[in-house]
Ligand binder design. Structure first.
Ligand code: FE2
Length: 274
C-alpha cells in the first residue's frame, strides 16, 4: 500500500529512520541553549491541554509568532518557585521556532521533509506552528485526547501534523496513542478566541472518543509520525526515568480559509511553506 493510501486509511503514517540521530541531538541541544537564555520571572505560563481557557494569558495568546516557553503544571511550589531546574521544568517551547530559529528552520524544511510533502501532495502547505515537547522524566504531563484541527482550524479542514521523535518513545515514557481510522469521525470542537477577550472551547460534535480503539505508537529516535488533523490522539504522563523529547510542526493548505478567531495568530511574519 502506498504512503498516501495508508495515510488516507489510518489517518496517520509512521516512518522510522526519517531523521538522523545527529539531527535529533542537534535539535535537543538547541532547545537547551534557547531555554538557557530564557528569563521566566514575571510571566510563567503553564500548559495544560484540558485547561487552556484558564491559562489563556497574553503570553500564550501572543506566542504564535514568537519563541515562548511553557512550564509543566507541577513545576512550581506554593511559593511560586521552581521545584527543579528551569530546563527540567519545561513542558514545551512554541510556536514559531521553524521561522525564527535557523536550526529549527533547517530541521522543519529538510530535504527528506520536502520529499515527503511532495509524495503526500502537500508541497505548497504552510508551516503554521511548531512545538518542542520535552516530556521530561517523571514530570512530563499527559496530553488529553484531542484532534489537532481543534487548535488549527481551517475551512475546509486541512491541518496535517508532522511529529518527530527526538528520543525513543515507548509506552513507559509516554508515547503517542491514536485510533486507526479515527480521522473519519467529526471534528469535536474548535478552540478559538471569544468575541470580546479570552478563549473558548466551542463544541461542534458530541461523539464520544473511541478509547478502546487507541493503539500505542511506539517509535525509535528519528521517526516521523504524520497525523491527520482530525485524528484523535493523546499521550500518557511520563512516569519513567527517561525523557521523551519530540518536535512537531503543523501545516495547513494555503487555499483553505483560516478564520480570524483561531487562537493562533501570526501578526508579524508571513507564513512559509515546507
Ligand atoms: Fe496533537
Amino acid at each position: 500500500m502506498s504512503r498516501v493510501d495508508q495515510f488516507q486509511k489510518d489517518g496517520y503514517l509512521v516512518i522510522e529512520g526519517f531523521n538522523s540521530a545527529e539531527d535529533c541531538d542537534a535539535l535537543m541541544e538547541r532547545a537547551m541553549w534557547l531555554a538557557g537564555r530564557y528569563d521566566y520571572k514575571g510571566h510563567p505560563s503553564i500548559f495544560e491541554t484540558g485547561n487552556q481557557t484558564t491559562s489563556a494569558d497574553d503570553y500564550f495568546l501572543n506566542s504564535g509568532d514568537r519563541i515562548a516557553y511553557f512550564f509543566e503544571k507541577d513545576a512550581f511550589d506554593p511559593n511560586g518557585q521552581l521545584k527543579k531546574g528551569l530546563f527540567e521544568s519545561l513542558n514545551k517551547i512554541g510556536h514559531a521556532m521553524h521561522d525564527l530559529d535557523p536550526v529549527y528552520d533547517r530541521f522543519s524544511r529538510s530535504p527528506q521533509m520536502r520529499k515527503l510533502a511532495a509524495e503526500l501532495g502537500m508541497s505548497d502547505y504552510l508551516v503554521i506552528q511548531s512545538m518542542h515537547i520535552f516530556k521530561h522524566a517523571r514530570i512530563g504531563g499527559e496530553v488529553d485526547v484531542h484532534q489537532d484541527s481543534t487548535f488549527l482550524y481551517t475551512e475546509p479542514n486541512t491541518c496535517v501534523g508532522f511529529w518527530f521523535a527526538l528520543e525513543d518513545a515507548t509506552i513507559e515514557n509516554g508515547c503517542m496513542w491514536a485510533t486507526p481510522g479515527g480521522h473519519k469521525t467529526p471534528l469535536r470542537s474548535w478552540f478559538r478566541r471569544k468575541e470580546e477577550t479570552g478563549l473558548e472551547m466551542h463544541a461542534l460534535d458530541s461523539s464520544p472518543w473511541d478509547m478502546d480503539g487507541m493503539q500505542p505508537l511506539e517509535v525509535k529516535k528519528g521517526a516521523c509520525i504524520v497525523l491527520h488533523g482530525a485524528l484523535p490522539h493523546y499521550s500518557q504522563p511520563n512516569t519513567s526515568g527517561k525523557s521523551r523529547q519530540a518536535f512537531a510542526i503543523h501545516t495547513i493548505d494555503p487555499a483553505a480559509h483560516y478564520p480570524e478567531r483561531n487562537w493562533l495568530r501570526r501578526e508579524t511574519q508571513s507564513l512559509r511553506p515546507l
